[in-house]
Design a binder for this molecule. Structure first.
Ligand SMILES: Cc1ncc(COP(=O)(O)O)c(C=O)c1O
Length: 214
C-alpha cells in the first residue's frame, strides 16, 4: 500500500509486494539526486528525530485537552516499533516538568518483538537528552495481550472493537494496528482498569482497512 501511494505521488519504477521495503530508500535517493535535502526517517519514527514529532504531538494533544476543559489521566495507543510510545512517554515527562501533572502512557503491542520495552526506554532516554529534560524513571507500560497470531494479522477482538467504534461513533480504524489497541482499551474499560479521562490515540493506518478487503 505504501508503494502504491508513492507511485501516485510520482515515485519512479516502484510497485507493491516485496519491493515495498526498498521504496523509501529509492525515493530518498531519487530526491537527493535532484539536489533536495533528504532525511530518511524509519517506520514509526523510531529514532530520536522521528520520535520527536510524537513528543510535539503529545504537547499539542495536552493543550487541546486543556482547551476542552480536561486533563487526560491515560493515553492508550498501538505500539509496533515503539517510536510513537517513546515520543508520548517523553512528551508526558516534558509536560509534567512544565504542568506538574503526568499522563500515563499505555502501549498495546501490535508486534511480538520481545525487546519492545527496551527499545522504547532507549528512545525515551535519547529524547530526554535531546530535549534537555529528565527521563522518567517509571516502567514502560506495554500490554502484549492483543497481538494475537502475529504482526499484521487481525484478531476477533480487533474486529469486534473496530466494529464497535464504527457503529457507535462512525470512526474507522484499521484491523491490525489501531483496532488492536482499541481492543486493549475496550478490555480495560470493561474490567474497570481505567480511571479518569482517557485519550485513545488513533494512529492512522486507514490504508489497512482496504488491504484487509483485498
Ligand atoms: C497505523 C499504525 N499505527 C500505529 C503504529 C505503531 O507505531 P510505532 O511503530 O511507532 O510503534 C504503526 C506502525 O507500524 C502503524 O502503521
Amino acid at each position: 500500500m505504501v508503494a502504491v501511494v508513492l507511485l501516485a505521488l510520482g515515485a519512479p519504477g516502484l510497485a507493491g509486494g516485496a519491493r515495498q521495503a526498498a521504496a523509501p530508500a529509492q525515493v530518498a535517493a531519487a530526491a537527493a539526486a535532484e539536489g533536495r535535502r533528504v532525511r530518511l526517517i524509519p517506520v514509526g519514527g523510531s529514532e530520536p528525530l522521528g520520535a520527536w514529532g510524537h513528543v510535539l504531538a503529545l504537547l499539542e494533544a495536552a493543550d487541546q485537552a486543556r482547551s476542552l476543559g480536561f486533563e487526560p489521566d491515560t493515553i492508550v495507543l498501538p505500539t509496533a516499533t515503539g517510536g510513537t510510545q517513546a515520543g508520548l512517554v517523553a512528551g508526558a515527562a516534558r509536560r509534567a516538568a512544565e504542568a506538574g501533572r503526568r499522563v500515563t502512557i499505555h502501549g498495546i503491542a501490535v508486534h511480538p518483538d520481545p525487546d519492545l520495552e527496551t527499545k522504547v526506554a532507549g528512545l525515551v532516554a535519547a529524547l530526554a537528552e535531546m530535549g534537555g529534560f529528565a527521563a522518567p524513571d517509571a516502567p514502560i507500560l506495554l500490554d502484549r495481550g492483543q497481538v494475537g497470531p502475529g504482526y499484521g494479522v487481525p484478531t476477533d477482538a480487533s474486529r469486534e472493537a473496530a466494529a464497535l467504534l464504527a457503529r457507535s461513533e462512525g470512526i474507522l480504524v484499521d484491523p491490525i494496528y489501531t483496532a488492536k489497541a482499541l481492543a486493549g482499551l475496550v478490555a480495560r474499560i470493561r474490567d474497570g482498569r481505567l480511571r479518569g479521562p482517557v485519550v485513545f490515540w488513533h494512529a492512522g493506518g486507514t490504508p489497512g482497512i482496504f488491504e484487509s478487503l483485498g
